[in-house]
Design a protein around this ligand. Structure first.
Ligand code: SAM
Length: 275
């Protein structure tokens, strides 16, 4: 698999640098560079793009992003054991790969996007993936600092992100993702594609900012969503009782006999604005 970029096969890289996968860091590596290219291509053209990758690990997806022409790639990795392997990639692509050692949850992504919108591409560590997505979705600024998010999640989480009303997977995550983005499933990746294989299937999800924003206070949107889905089988007049119940619902023009999962994102926004 050295043909992609002339760098050594990932198995050899992992062995040479002693990168045995560690579970607490959510390390499930992709060693097939055809697959990592397929993921990177889901982000659209990378020619001249600035990309941020969370968790490059031994560099399978990193190499694909660079081979597909990204002008600049900023990769944030928490595991210092991976840095020598990433330094080899940086040498191979002079001036194009910057590696930041640290916890992506503490990184100011907006500051990294100072030269214009970035594409974020990542095979996310499963234990911080949802929190990172929320960090990228929720800031008040519009348009966001990213032009697209191409992210690998556990399939179950991916289904919740892309879910719309009347879907069993629809809930807080679907409302928050729908508030900011158009989100779609791109393809599934079976456990055996990873080393070591996780227990469940994964999915690549692609999100782009909505054409037009839906103005509302995100904290209010979170409050109504949490209350409504906290008792998802109940009618809204009951589940939203503490927030004003029927009065709130009538202000937002929503039938109090409906249930949370039947409301579209625009209706949740109307509720947040009525709060
Ligand atoms: N990109 C590589 C690939 O596709 O083979 C590795 C993906 S692996 C699922 C997740 C990576 O995220 C690991 O390299 C892990 O060390 C790193 N990681 C875990 N938690 C992190 C955090 N909080 N900040 C930055 N990187 C993290």
């Amino acid at each position: 698999m050295a043909a992609l970029d002339g760098l050594p096969p990932l198995r050899e890289v992992i062995q040479r640098h002693g990168l045995d996968a560690r579970k607490p860091l959510g390390q499930n590596f992709l060693l097939d560079l055809n697959l990592t290219q397929k993921i990177a291509r889901s982000a659209g053209s990378l020619e001249d793009a600035t990309v941020i990758e969370v968790g490059p690990g031994p560099g399978g997806l990193t190499r694909a992003i660079l081979a597909l022409g990204a002008r600049k790639l900023i990769a944030i990795e928490r595991d210092s054991r991976c840095l020598p392997a990433l330094a080899e990639i940086a040498t191979h692509y002079p001036g194009r790969l910057e590696v930041i050692e640290g916890d992506a949850l503490k990184v100011d992504f907006q500051a990294l996007a100072k030269d214009g919108p970035v594409k974020i591409i990542s095979n996310l560590p499963y234990n911080v993936g949802t929190q990172l997505l929320l960090n990228w979705l929720l800031p008040r600024t519009w348009p966001p600092f990213w032009e697209s998010l191409t992210l690998m999640f556990q399939k179950e989480v991916g289904l919740r992100i892309v879910a719309q009303e009347d879907d069993d997977h629809y809930g807080r995550l679907g409302v928050l993702a729908g508030w900011r983005t158009e989100a779609r499933m791109v393809f599934d990746v079976p456990p055996q594609a990873f080393t070591p294989p996780p227990k469940v299937t994964s999915s690549v999800v692609h999100l782009t900012p909505r054409q037009a924003p839906l103005p509302c206070d995100v904290r209010k949107l979170e409050t109504v969503t949490q209350a409504a889905f906290g008792q998802r089988r109940k009618m809204l007049r009951q589940s939203l009782k503490a927030l004003g119940g029927e009065t709130l619902l009538s202000k937002a023009g929503i039938d109090p006999a409906r249930r949370a999962e039947t409301l579209c994102v625009e209706e949740f926004v109307a509720l947040a604005n009525a709060l």
